[in-house]
Design a protein around this ligand. Structure first.
Ligand SMILES: Nc1nc2c(c(=O)[nH]1)N[C@H]1C(S)=C(S)[C@@H](COP(=O)(O)OP(=O)(O)OC[C@H]3O[C@@H](n4cnc5c(N)ncnc54)[C@H](O)[C@@H]3O)O[C@H]1N2
Ligand code: MOO
Ligand SMILES: [Mg+2]
Length: 427
């Protein structure tokens, strides 16, 4: 069976990132948090834009004050007051100083700022009580960034620090990658929506809700196609509809070997190339990954009124139906694919932590095993606590309030309490 690592490599290799010319939208800077920059940003401005003061104090000529001390202060004539936002009018000459405030433009002639606390004021004279360093408390034009160089590269996720930079660079509107569109449907005759009255044998379609939340949390737009019966015609129609408009399709259920598990057969009949049918992971072994190299043979079904554009053919993930299996395979395989597709320049693979396990963790050693639980900070160090209750892949109840998956590699059957374990943060 395919290893988790090989499956991840195959999946990432299949993903074509969104196109930085076509797959973009122009948004307001105020809406930019968590979006991905699709064009490198350059500014004409230098940062700082001009020499300015880092302190409230006096702008002086270093040579006038270099020997100042409490006992023998230099005495300078104050020729101008320069608040922030004001363009100085005078030149500071020998024996002169300008009153200046933090962020205000340095006057010509002055090269150093003496902070107020090291001075004494007497009417329009200032006594400098200590010798400064040359150019002390001057923030020089272009010291932080020189106009014309790249300010921010394409493919980064925007967070408050980048948004501050973009604001300072006067990018009130900016170009970001559009959100990936992820079609989601659930397959199974036993499934109903949460508002329906359960008949014998029925259960609620929780996967649709879980996957929609996961997709939205990953910065993509979920297209919810509802519940599809275990019926080849209905499934064929749902899949054709999903692949028409989505970048990624997520179905859950129907990928194992049962008589009503139709997904793989229907994908094949639609001309899909199936790259993965199962992976050595627990939970989540029956996982189908497929692409559509040629346009599907069925007629295109329009999902929405909106005219949509797509540069690449979609990737289909047939996730296993068991609720925990669907979420674990999302976190481990779909999420990295979504990161690559979204235009992020790198860092698509999951990042694992090495932490101490509070409990004993067990596996049969045959598949890479993911055990759900939570990370707790104990004296500043993370510790993994396994969730109580059944670790059946059908038990979604004890998945609630977890935030991590501990991973036992193939061949490892036990991790002792207090031993180190590799963990994937989720949730
Ligand atoms: N003979 C074998 N049987 C099974 C194998 C196997 O290797 N040989 N693999 C098992 C594993 S592992 C898993 S995981 C499941 C995967 O099954 P399917 O993907 O075919 O999913 P279904 O059969 O449709 O459903 C499985 C289970 O999950 C419940 N389910 C399905 N959809 C939803 C939903 N949207 N929301 C909540 N729960 C859902 C469904 O009722 C079933 O209980 O196959 C094993 N069998
Ligand atoms: O691997 Mo299945 O995903 O055990 O339940
Ligand atoms: Mg099945």
């Amino acid at each position: 069976m395919l290893s988790v690592r090989d499956a991840e490599a195959i999946i990432l290799n299949l993903v074509q990132p969104l196109d930085p010319q076509r797959d973009i939208e122009i948004i307001d800077l105020l809406a930019a948090d968590h979006r991905i920059l699709s064009t490198p940003v350059t500014s004409k401005l230098d940062f700082p834009h001009w020499d300015n003061s880092a302190m409230d104090g006096y702008a002086v000529r270093y040579e006038d004050v270099q020997h100042s001390s409490d006992a023998q202060p230099s005495i300078l004539e104050i020729i101008e007051e320069i608040p922030a936002g004001y363009q100085p009018q005078s030149t500071v000459k020998a024996g002169q100083a300008a009153r200046i405030f933090t962020g205000a433009v340095m006057p010509t002639g002055a090269d150093t700022v003496v902070m107020q606390e090291k001075t004494r004021r007497e009417e329009n004279r200032v006594f400098i009580l200590a010798a400064p360093q040359p150019e002390e408390f001057v923030r020089h034009k272009g010291a932080f960034y020189q106009g014309g160089k790249q300010l921010l590269p394409r493919g980064i996720k925007l967070h408050p620090p980048e948004i501050a930079v973009l604001a300072a660079a006067q990018c009130a509107k900016l170009s970001v990658y559009r959100r990936p569109r992820v079609a989601i449907f659930s397959s199974g005759d036993e499934l109903v929506t949460p508002d329906q009255i359960l008949q014998p044998g029925q259960i609620v379609d929780s996967n649709q809700y879980a996957l929609a939340a996961l997709v939205r949390k990953s910065g993509a737009e979920p297209l919810l196609l509802g519940i599809v019966q275990d019926n080849p015609d209905a499934l064929r129609e749902a899949i054709a509809s999903a692949i028409a408009d989505a970048d990624i399709v997520l179905s859950s259920g129907g990928v194992s070997v049962g008589d009503y598990d139709y997904i793989d057969k229907i994908l094949e009949s639609l001309g899909a190339e199936i790259h993965i049918r199962s992976v050595a992971i627990s939970p989540g072994k029956p996982l189908t990954v497929a692409t559509f190299p040629t346009p599907p043979v069925t007629e295109r079904l329009v999902l929405s009124e909106v005219e949509v554009s797509r540069s690449n053919s979609p990737i289909y993930f047939g996730l296993p139906g068991n609720p925990v299996s669907a979420m674990v395979t999302f976190w481990r395989f779909v999420q990295p694919a979504m990161r690559k597709l979204s235009g992020l320049a790198g860092g698509w693979e999951p990042k694992f932590l090495q932490v101490r396990s509070h409990h004993e963790l067990k596996s049969n050693g045959k598949r890479e095993t993911y055990i759900w639980g939570s990370l707790h900070l104990i004296d500043g160090v993370y510790e993994f606590h396994k969730a109580g209750g059944s670790h059946s892949s059908g038990n979604l109840i004890n998945l609630a309030q977890t935030n991590a998956l501990a991973i036992l590699p193939v061949g490892q059957t036990v991790i002792s309490p207090q031993a180190e374990v590799q963990v994937l943060r989720v949730g």
